[in-house]
Design a protein around this ligand. Structure first.
Ligand code: FEO
Ligand code: CA
Ligand code: CA
Length: 651
């Protein structure tokens, strides 16, 4: 079974990162007139120097970081490595696994895959991903841990592989839908100082691919969001492929829909070719939908236009995914809300930057080869004195996409109808269509195609923004290398950082630099003694890693980096299993803090308010983690990490 599971995971990976960006946006230096380049450069020089100089001058002071107070752990290359290894003086304990009871009446997880979909609706979903901690007002020892369940591995759920020649059994599809979405669980620090779940909490909640949610913002009720089942265009069932997250200053959770396109198909080839909202997003067009063939049991996922049905059947259903979904974890009755002002793409995250004056930005990557980095700037400001008044701030604002110029400056390009060439003549009839087809709008305005942008994280003091560009082995001729994406066969990825002009989240210009290129050390040799090719060598000051994915800052300004690569691939043998590392933004020193079991990805990160407990997710372990018995089905699991002396994690 584990082999099936691994094969299935590999098949998902293979099409999750397929390049579908047809644009040939040129290198930025070509777009700018020399005069324009100078204006930008002149305007940003001081800001750039002021911001990055400390980091650059302090670079390579290995081992000197005052922020990294732990001893690094070694890579783990054993193909049978089946546990979580954490730095000396710490412990990592399984805390919350797929199938654990969440809502009242949920049965215990069955080791034999016999749980049905109704059980799964109340149990923890699968493939834990982005995660945040929400403290109860005025309390430091009690809160809600809220996390995404990104996808499912069908062979683990039903014991069966998908047979592409037959319709899927509805019972299997429903169980898989129930295992998607979000979990909310209450946690508290017990008398012995250890964090534990509150099993009977009224806040414990599951949200799935079947939960009704409201559509808000510029596309609420729009005809392009209407379907035969929802002629209003105001209510959609569920959220899928929820990857990373965001939080709002008013205490809500933002879950982001990433590879939703792999759940839909449009069999009508001519319609597909002419429909930007399907084609530019890479929906399937023949056979079955790419991930699970749900449409063979649930017609909602068949987006082939049907003129016999109102609103063309479900042709618009894929328009109802790819958004940011806002969830109030403190109100278990509240409907989740899809916020369409954020624009629609393969969204990784919505990382908040909050200015002193209440202005906000939410940063997002779009994780496919050659896709873009975006930010959404709400029109209004957050008023800390009246947080409830902020509830609809996410329905109005400006979506921007980033252009990274070769001279280290950058420009936020507004995706606003009537600006930057986004008009009816260029295929955008209205602002609603700009947001619906945000990728195509970004192509048109000349955004910089990036090496698979994953998570963004914002430094808690400086508001410097870090973006993980996980890897990209297919830039090819269409998207030549540039300063921000400098390697053609980029197996290891990079982390880029930028600072908004004036540290203002709503600024339209910024300065940027590469924080590091991941990969082997310069001059490294492979197992056969051959020099490692230049495109696989990086600039890491400290412990090596590949494919940065999750990024998060703790409140002390440590940058935590989580990795996601195929740990069985030849080029990854020196990196071993996926891992959690910690970097000092000033010295750029990187130290490995934790290594996960073989086959997993390490993702999701949250802290208790005192920074003395950390939760991280072990997603899709390949070995029978957390059981470690070589028999039991592997289960995605949240681990709780504490320091034996009760201190702050990382200190
Ligand atoms: Fe769900 Fe691109 O990570
Ligand atoms: Ca990811
Ligand atoms: Ca990834």
């Amino acid at each position: 079974m584990n082999q099936d599971h691994q094969q299935f995971h590999a098949s998902l990976e293979a099409h999750d990162d397929v390049a579908i960006n047809p644009s040939t946006n040129p290198a930025l230096s070509d777009l700018l007139s020399p005069a324009r380049r100078n204006v930008l450069k002149g305007g940003l020089t001081l800001a750039a120097l002021g911001f990055f100089a400390g980091g650059i001058s302090a670079c390579r002071s290995a081992g000197a970081s005052p922020l990294l107070g732990f001893k690094g752990v070694p890579v783990q290359i054993d193909p049978q490595f089946d546990r979580v290894l954490v730095a000396e003086g710490y412990r990592a304990t399984p805390f919350f696994s797929w199938g654990d009871p969440v809502e009242a009446g949920a049965p215990q997880w069955s080791p034999d895959a016999s749980d049905d979909w109704l059980a799964q609706l109340k149990q923890a979903g699968d493939n834990h991903d982005g995660m945040d901690f929400f403290a109860f007002d005025g309390e430091t020892d009690r809160g809600l841990l809220v996390m995404n369940h990104e996808y499912v591995n069908p062979p683990l759920h039903s014991g069966n592989r998908i047979d592409q020649s037959k319709p899927r059994p509805l019972s299997e599809v429903r169980k898989e839908q129930a295992a998607h979405g979000v979990s909310v669980i209450e946690v508290k620090k017990a008398a012995d100082g250890q964090w534990q779940r509150v099993m009977d909490s009224p806040y414990n909640r599951r949200i799935s691919a079947l939960t009704a949610m409201r559509i808000a913002g510029p596309l609420a009720g729009h005809e392009l969001l209407q379907t035969v089942a929802d002629p209003s265009g105001l209510e959609v069932l569920g959220t899928i492929n929820n990857c990373a997250t965001g939080i709002t200053p008013w205490g809500t959770f933002l879950t982001c829909e990433e590879n939703w396109h792999n759940y839909f198909i449009n069999h009508d080839q001519a319609d597909y070719a002419s429909r930007v909202s399907h084609k530019r997003y890479g929906l399937a067009k023949e056979g079955t939908s790419k991930n699970y063939a749900w449409e063979t049991a649930d017609p909602r996922f068949d987006a082939t236009p049907d003129p016999q049905q109102a609103h063309g059947g479900y042709v618009n259903e894929p328009h109802r995914f790819g958004w940011v979904v806002e969830i109030d974890p403190f109100d278990p009755q509240a409907q989740p809300v899809k916020r369409t002002a954020f624009g629609r793409f393969g969204r990784e995250c919505a990382a908040l930057s909050l200015g002193d004056d209440g202005r906000m930005a939410f940063y997002s990557g779009d994780d496919a080869r050659g896709e873009y980095v975006y930010k959404f700037v709400p029109s209004g400001r957050f008023d800390a004195a009246n947080p409830k008044a902020s509830r609809d701030l996410l329905d109005q604002g400006t979506l921007y996409v980033a252009r990274f110029d070769a001279d280290g400056s950058g420009q936020w390009l507004a995706l606003v109808h009537g600006q930057n060439g986004l008009t009816a003549a260029s295929g955008f009839a209205s602002q609603a269509e700009v947001l619906l087809n945000a990728r195509a709008a970004a192509d048109l305005v000349g955004a910089t195609p990036m090496d698979r942008p994953e998570w963004a994280a914002v430094h808690p003091a400086s508001r410097e923004v870090y973006v993980a560009l996980t890897n990209n082995d297919g830039r090819g001729d269409k998207q030549p290398t540039d300063k921000a994406n400098p390697r053609p066969q980029n197996l290891h990825g990079q982390i880029l950082r930028f600072k908004e002009q004036g540290a203002d989240p709503s600024a339209e210009t910024f300065s940027w630099e590469l924080f590091l290129l991941a990969g082997e050390q310069k001059g490294a040799r492979d197992a056969n003694g051959n020099a490692v090719p230049a495109n696989l060598t990086g600039t890491i000051n400290g412990d090596l890693f590949s494919s940065p994915d999750g990024l998060a800052f703790d409140s002390h300004g440590r940058l935590w980096i989580q990795t996601d690569y195929g740990d069985d691939e030849a080029a990854m043998q020196t990196m071993g299993c996926n891992q959690l590392l910690c970097a000092d933004p000033s010295t750029r020193e990187v130290r490995r803090f934790l290594v996960g079991p073989r086959g997993c990805e390490i993702t999701g990160l949250a802290w208790s308010p005192d920074g003395k407990a950390m939760w991280a997710n072990v997603q899709h372990p390949g070995i029978s983690y957390p059981a470690g018995d070589g028999q039991t089905r592997p289960r995605s699991t949240t681990v709780l990490i504490t320091k034996n002396d009760g201190g702050v994690i990382g200190s």
